[in-house]
Design a binder for this molecule. Structure first.
Ligand code: ADP
Length: 262
């Protein structure tokens, strides 16, 4: 099995995964990345969701075109204190990608190796949904510090998340923990919790599997509105919502410090 070392300058590669699409993995990735950067860490995002890259839009950089550096590698786009690269920045967003598996794997490897990431404490990789070959390839080609699993409280999403968890374990990628997104509806008017999907499923799963529960994030309309406008909610000083991201940021920082990774 091939096991290359990571490109110089990349201290940690962290995979953000979900068993299922639409659970808010990309939203969580960029808010977490910005939150970590606000603490003085050097953070990058690689949008590895080759078939549906959403980071350019969510970060408001979808009209930017990356330049190429003197070394022939592609330069990242910087926004909100983080560096970003996405296949969505390199191809026409509206044209579907019709690549076969091996091409996708090659493209992802290149996006890690042939991009001028500079010095980064961590590169968060926004993975495609599911537990496919791409996950295996990345864990074989690079040293992965850990994986974060994002799930919603519904049973079906949790079952998929468990599959993902088991897959990472099989390839010896440490699990940083599980995040429950859309945990409950946080009413912006009355500030009350409404547990639409039933809450706490991810926490229970984490406990049962003896994994860390990193925290919950409410379903909150402004998260979506901001995201659609290219402004992650964390950029707005909204105490009602940002405290949930800060708790998760604490946990991720703790994991990296405990593992002497930052
Ligand atoms: P995934 O990466 O898992 O496919 P996305 O991050 O693209 O999911 O999120 C899917 C949609 O849900 C987006 O429109 C996003 O703005 C919205 N969304 C994600 N998390 C939340 C949340 N906690 N509250 C409200 N909307 C959310």
């Amino acid at each position: 099995m091939e096991n290359n070392s990571n490109p110089v300058g990349l201290k940690n590669i962290i995979l953000v995964a979900s068993g299922k699409g639409g659970v808010g993995k990309s939203t969580v990735t960029n808010n977490l990345a910005i939150s970590l950067a606000k603490r003085g860490l050097k953070v990058g995002i690689l949008d590895a969701d080759i078939y549906g890259p959403s980071q350019p839009r969510m970060l408001g950089i979808n009209n930017e075109k990356p330049s190429s550096g003197k070394n022939g590698k592609i330069n990242t786009i910087e926004k909100y204190g983080i560096r970003c690269m996405s296949i969505g920045l390199l191809i026409d967003e509206k044209r579907p990608i019709v690549w076969r598996g091996p091409m996708v794997h090659g493209a992802l490897e290149q996006l890690i190796k042939d991009v001028n990431w500079g010095e980064l404490d961590m590169l968060l990789v926004d993975m495609p949904p599911g537990t496919g070959d791409i996950h295996l390839t990345l864990s074989q080609k690079f040293f992965i510090s850990g994986a974060i699993i994002v799930s919603t409280p519904q049973d079906i999403a949790l079952i998929d998340a468990q599959k993902g968890l088991n897959m990472f374990k099989k390839v010896n990628v440490p699990i940083i923990g599980i995040i429950e997104n859309m945990s409950f509806f946080l009413c912006p008017n009355c500030n009350e919790r409404h547990e639409i999907f039933g809450n706490g499923g991810a926490k229970e799963t984490a406990n049962n599997l003896k994994e860390t529960f990193l925290g919950e994030i409410p379903l909150y309309t402004e998260i979506r509105i901001k995201s659609d406008n290219g402004e992650p909610i964390i950029e707005k000083n909204n105490d009602q919502i940002n405290k949930y991201f800060f708790k998760i940021t604490d946990e991720v920082e703790k994991f990296l410090k405990e593992n002497s990774a930052i």
